[in-house]
Design a binder for this molecule. Structure first.
Ligand code: 56B
Length: 487
């Protein structure tokens, strides 16, 4: 423990002397502390500052654009690669997909040219950046590889070679930090199994409890599913929401406690590919990332076995959070080293929690604030401090850099993870989005409850993608280059 952190024993003594109830060390707080730490970083930053006039102007621009586009949680599902019920995913599959995606949602930038950089071929297009990850997960599922099933990550079949094939690219560049991604999957698989694994193989009671708890999702999505023209898999037994009663679960599944075998379960068929990916509002921004000329698929032969049992460990983790966004982010940071995105700044520990928070936010958006996505304190989440939003905020005139930092970024020099500049960029971005949010709410009081840091962040990310290569309103400067598992 360092000088700047309070001695927990001393704090406990102080609480006792003041007659305050002792705290339970196992209790997970509802507050993340990210916003408080961001304000501290902002107040002590010397190379990054926030332009107050720029912030007000940006707030006006962002509000106007969000209004004009009807930007909301619904927008998330219009991203052509994101999993949806209309695309045949069950709720369990969406939860597991989103978790896997945000477990690996980091470091996609390349030092190579646009042509030579890592790209994933999927559905006749080549995908880069974040989309390359989502495409590789979709491609693996299509091929029958249970890449989003936690139990698979620690199975004998999930060798380095097989996991490497999941992220197979169309160019000579590999996905950045491949080894770290594989380690991340294995660590998460182990932690989920140890802390949120099946209680004595009692799948039945779990499924019943989960289906009762989340009945509202069932209702909310029934309409959507009924109207779907694509093949729906909502009657799958691995879906706790759409399973009306436990009797519909095949006997082998409720009784089996054995580790997943190599056979392909009929009910875990690869996801049906929906070829219609063009009629959505975000297709433009996402397809801009893919090359125009479709290449012939040169997909690798990947492991094609699926576990016989559904894996509810992530759902159990979510349920532990009692519908609190802060608690869920804290649970992730507590249990998984790979989600513990913290740093030191000015001799103090600061929490940033980019991927833990974006997981909660993606759940919220994927389930439109209901069922697994219902969080009563979603507004306490901050923006997700990565390398795209600072770039966008700088381009909008919100963030200013000292000349040395500005040249460093412009010259595309590496910025080591944990460097003071990096923490300033991340912390000031969080605080800037908080100020933008306050400005919008102050100018438009009726938006309270409909605009928050999550939506502003998602919007800014989408805008950054739109403007990445655009001649008009293009991004003023490149992004900072930190090779990191945190974002
Ligand atoms: N702050 C923030 N950072 C985000 C995202 C997303 C994608 N979220 C989806 C969900 C809702 C949105 O509408 C998006 O469709 C990825 N990233 C981060 O960007 C970087 C990759 O960038 P590039 O190489 O250009 O793809 C990398 O650090 C990655 O972790 C976001 O939303 N917010």
């Amino acid at each position: 423990m360092s000088d700047d952190e309070a001695d927990p024993e001393f704090l406990e003594l102080l609480r006792q002397s003041l007659g305050i109830k002792p705290t339970n060390p196992d209790e997970i707080p509802f507050e993340t502390g990210v916003l408080r730490d961001a304000e501290f970083i902002y107040a002590n930053s010397v190379d990054v500052s926030i332009d107050m006039v720029g912030t007000k102007t940006a707030a006006r621009t962002i509000y106007a654009l969000m209004q004009a586009r009807g930007y909301s949680t619904q927008t998330w599902s219009t991203h052509s690669l994101h999993p949806t019920r209309l695309d045949g995913f069950s709720d369990l599959e969406i939860v597991n997909f989103v978790f896997t995606m945000d477990l690996l949602n980091f470091s996609f930038w390349s030092e190579l040219s646009d042509e030579a950089r890592y790209q994933v071929e999927y559905r006749g297009s080549r995908w880069t950046g974040y989309n390359s990850l989502v495409a590789s997960l979709r491609r693996a599922l299509d091929a029958g590889v249970p890449i989003t099933t936690p139990r698979f990550w620690t199975s004998a079949e999930a060798t380095d070679e097989n996991l490497g094939l999941v992220f197979f690219g169309a160019t000579n560049e590999k996905i950045p930090l491949l080894k770290e991604r594989i380690d991340m999957l294995r660590e998460a698989g182990r932690v989920l199994h140890e802390n949120f694994g099946e209680p004595e193989c009692d799948l039945e009671s779990d499924v019943v409890a989960e289906s009762q708890d989340f009945d509202d999702v069932k209702e909310a999505t029934a309409e959507e599913t009924n109207g779907a023209s694509t093949i729906s898999r909502s009657d799958r037994e691995d879906d706790p929401v759409s399973v009306p009663n436990v009797e519909s679960i095949p006997v082998e599944e409720t009784q089996s406690c054995t580790e997943p075998g190599p056979s392909l379960n009929e009910d875990e068929q690869p996801i049906n590919t929906n070829d219609d990916e063009t009629n959505d509002s975000t297709t433009k921004s996402t397809s801009e990332e893919s090359t125009t000329e479709p290449k012939s698929p040169s997909e690798p032969s990947a492991p094609s076995t699926l576990p016989p049992k559904p894996d509810f460990s992530i759902i159990r983790l979510i349920k532990k959070a009692d519908h609190s966004a802060g608690k869920l982010a804290n649970l992730l940071a507590k249990h998984f080293a790979g989600f513990r995105d913290e740093a030191r700044f000015d001799n103090r520990k600061v929490r940033i929690l980019k991927r833990a928070q974006i997981f909660v936010a993606d759940l919220w958006a994927a389930f439109k604030g209901q069922g697994y996505g219902e969080f009563h304190d979603i507004d306490q989440l901050t923006m997700f401090a990565d390398y795209r939003i600072p770039q966008m905020l700088h381009s909008l005139g919100v963030l200013n850099y000292s000349p040395t930092l500005a040249y460093h970024i412009k010259d595309q020099k590496l910025l080591p993870s944990g460097h003071s500049w990096e923490i300033q960029l991340r912390g000031c971005s969080i605080w800037a989005v908080e100020l933008i949010q306050r400005e919008i709410k102050q100018s438009h009081p009726k938006t309270a409850g409909r605009v928050n840091a999550v939506l502003i962040d998602f919007f800014l990310y989408d805008l950054a993608k739109e403007r990445e290569y655009g001649a008009d309103g293009g991004l003023a400067m490149g992004h900072h280059r930190t090779r990191s598992i945190w974002y």
